[in-house]
Write a protein that binds this ligand. Structure first.
Ligand code: RBV
Length: 427
């Protein structure tokens, strides 16, 4: 093949990828009325003219709609992935073809490639950061502190990122304001519960072609994500077992009708294990020792630290790809323990995974967009540190969604409002 032919084939491949990425984005857009509303507003007002937004998020179709929404509002946006396995390369190519957007995201990068892309985003000298997991904030504080002076603020998408940010803030190390998008009702009650629940179970089912009905499904962690996973698994006729370390959450799971037991016991009876704790070393060697042949192990937490894969590799005598997205670890006694998506967040990192459903990401990203606007409008009113998203912004996003759904609802009368604000009217 001549050089000319090779180059023209490569160009065709890029064009095909862009087209496919665009098709995925168009589909998502049809189900994202909040972003559509916000985008119309941003396109008219151009609130981000002159701003540079650096992002590290899961680069796929829904995220792409957020990125475009910000770019249509006048921003120059640079983005990379927030997980080595969650990027859709075709969507990344489609995004990159926008004149105000540069995408460095690539699926399957190694650690070096991952951090090089984060640095490339930082190279655009962002005035606003939008993170999912806090890797951008961390890299800026560690390696490019000179940029902090010109950064207005940031927004953080996920529980793990907010947790890291709060620890950083407690240590007095966080030097610009960041909104805890994760903690808003419009995000957490939908994205973490329904989004994680539905997409994790769907990804596992599609990856394995196995049923939930009649399985013992062990859910580690009964936070918002764990609640969603437990509820949806129970809805699929699984027998749900919850493990917890926090007494009130353990009690809540118990009163919800789930079995609650230590992981050491659950390890012996579980068919499927799904971690949602945000902590490390949740399933470790002592558990692998007791597990049944054929179990499925998956993680829905942000980082791949919940299942101790090193210990599993050490304990195994053979390791092979059993299916696309399933690694089988064979023990000396013949048992096979199957890890899905390399223990990375299963709803995004398995080959068939698509991330959370479009509707919930519309909500989360609606809040993100509102936060970016708030930073541009009123950023100087926020001190360095973690901030709750102003309630009226979250409420505004809910109202846009209800209107799009054609759902009407009541409002308080003046008398009711006064009553709710009073304290002197008893029986
Ligand atoms: N999440 N993003 C997607 N773009 O498809 N799916 C899930 C997507 C986010 C979700 O908001 C969660 O807080 C975070 O990923 C965990 O990294």
């Amino acid at each position: 093949m001549s050089d000319y032919q090779r180059i023209s084939e490569q160009l065709d491949d890029v064009a095909d990828a862009r087209e496919e990425g665009r098709r995925k984005m168009d589909w998502a857009a049809q189900h994202m009325p909040i972003l559509e509303h916000v985008r119309d507003e941003f396109t008219a007002d151009r609130p981000f003219e002159g701003e540079r937004i650096g992002m590290a998020m899961h680069v796929e179709a829904k995220t792409a709609m957020l990125v475009e929404t910000l770019a249509e509002g006048g921003a120059e946006v640079a983005i990379t992935g927030c997980n080595p396995l969650s990027t859709h390369d075709d969507v990344s190519a489609a995004l990159d073809s926008h004149e105000n957007i540069t995408s460095y995201a690539k699926r399957g990068v190694d650690d070096e490639g991952y951090y090089a892309a984060i640095e490339a985003v930082i190279g655009h000298e962002p005035t606003i950061t939008v993170d999912d997991g806090m890797d951008l904030v961390a890299a800026i504080h560690e390696d490019y502190p000179e940029l902090i002076e010109t950064i207005i603020g940031g927004a953080e998408e996920t529980t793990t990122g907010v947790h890291r940010l709060r620890s950083m803030d407690d240590d007095g190390a966080l030097e610009y304001p960041v909104f805890a998008v994760n903690d808003t009702p419009m995000k957490r009650l939908f994205d973490n519960v329904h989004g994680t629940g539905e997409s994790s179970l769907a990804s596992i089912a599609m990856t394995t072609n196995l049923s939930w009905a009649g399985k013992n499904v062990v859910v580690a962690g009964y936070g918002y994500c764990g609640k969603g996973v437990a509820k949806k698994a129970a809805g699929q006729n699984a027998n749900v077992i919850v493990t917890e370390v926090e007494p009130r959450r353990a009690l809540e799971a118990h009163m919800e009708g789930y079995e609650v037991m230590p992981m050491a016991e659950a390890a012996e009876v579980g068919d499927v294990f799904l971690t949602t704790t945000g902590n490390r070393d949740v399933i470790v060697d002592e558990h692998f020792e007791k597990m049944q042949d054929g179990v499925l192990l998956a993680n829905a937490g942000h980082f791949d630290i919940e299942i101790d894969l090193e210990a599993l590799a050490e304990r195994s005598v053979d390791h092979y790809e059993a299916r696309d997205g399933v690694d089988a670890y064979e023990m000396a006694d013949g048992r096979r323990l199957n890890v899905i998506a390399q223990g990375r967040l299963v709803n995004l990192a398995a080959p068939v995974s698509l991330g959370h459903p479009v509707e919930v990401m519309d909500q989360s990203f609606g809040v993100q967009a509102a936060c970016v606007r708030e930073l541009v409008d009123n950023g100087d009113q926020y001190d360095p540190g973690v901030h709750d998203v102003p309630d009226e912004l979250d409420t505004e996003i809910a109202e846009i969604k209800l209107e799009a759904e054609g759902v009407e609802f009541d409002s308080l009368t003046e008398t009711q409002r006064e009553y709710m604000d009073s304290w002197d009217q008893g029986t």
